[in-house]
Design a protein around this ligand. Structure first.
Ligand code: MN
Length: 289
């Protein structure tokens, strides 16, 4: 099992300085991997990232949220084609970096929709993801679809809805990505959804209810980690936190990051690394009881 941090904990700019900062500080905080957002794949230097990851001996995953111009649920085929092309670029960049997992809101735009999803939109996204998962498999990459709250997509907001959508996509190379921040808004509790998803859980984000320091909000982490232990989850677990102290304009606006919840990335990250590993160690001993 690998424990990681989202790069936005450290920087919102992914040029050489930004990449070096995020990768070196993720490693220094004690994590095994870094999740890099590929919001702008056209301007991202995968070769440079690959060499820095090697230098700091860190694993990598990538994530993104689609936008209006790349929305796979759009009724305009040109927009869907643009989304597929962008995701294909992300797969190639991730492959260059040596990563094997792409996750996030890669099935619709990441935004507040003002209408429910249409049957046609679902079908269109499922078909595109079916094709992309085959391309991903050729590159040795696995896809995970992040379940997010109602203000960030209209396609699926709960783990059970995600399972239904996975059935529609019908690909062995796609799994569910759960995030405690979103679960805390939409799910009935933090335990049963993990058991429902079980071996179709492929990726986990650990975020607090306000996206700040773990343990300072209302997320029931105790139940969540017990559920992970119960299903013997061993995929990536990545800490995600956002503050206006570190800003990526595009992502911060779509996620509504308007205030400072922390101002010291290094302390936040080291605290999260310890918090996650302590929870995992505790639940690991439950089998001895
Ligand atoms: Mn997340």
């Amino acid at each position: 099992m690998q424990i990681g941090a989202h790069a936005l904990v450290f920087t919102g700019i992914f040029d050489e300085n930004g990449l070096k900062k995020a990768i070196s500080k993720t490693q220094a905080a004690g994590f095994d991997l870094i999740e890099i957002p590929l919001m702008n794949p056209a301007s991202f230097d995968g070769m440079l990232a690959a060499s820095l990851l090697k230098e700091y001996d860190l694993s990598v995953t990538a994530s993104l949220g689609l936008s209006d111009s790349t929305d796979l649920t759009n009724s305009n085929p040109a927009i869907v084609a643009a989304g597929e092309a962008m995701l294909a670029d992300c797969l190639r960049i991730l492959h260059t970096m040596g990563g094997t997992r792409l996750c996030g809101v890669i099935y619709s735009a990441m935004k507040k929709y003002v209408e429910p999803i249409t049957a046609e939109g679902r079908k269109c996204s499922a078909a595109a993801l079916h094709r992309l998962s085959a391309l991903a498999a050729d590159l040795g990459i696995h896809l995970s679809l992040e379940v997010v709250n109602r203000y960030e997509t209209n396609l699926m907001n709960t783990a059970r809805e995600a399972l239904r959508f996975l059935d529609e996509i019908d690909s062995p190379n796609i799994s569910v990505h759960l995030d405690t921040y979103h679960m805390n808004i939409e799910e009935s509790d933090m335990f049963s959804p993990v058991l429902d998803v079980a071996d179709r859980l492929g990726y986990v984000h650990i975020g607090e209810s306000h996206r700040g320091y773990l343990g300072s909000g209302t997320v029931d982490f105790s139940s969540f980690f017990r559920a992970l232990a119960r299903i013997k989850y061993d995929g990536p677990i990545v800490f995600e936190s956002f503050s206006s102290a570190v800003v990526n304009a595009e992502l911060s606006r779509s996620l509504g990051i308007w205030r400072n919840l922390w101002d010291d990335s290094d302390d936040l990250a080291a605290h999260a690394n310890t918090f996650i590993r302590s929870q995992l160690r505790a639940v690991e001993t439950i089998v001895l009881h």
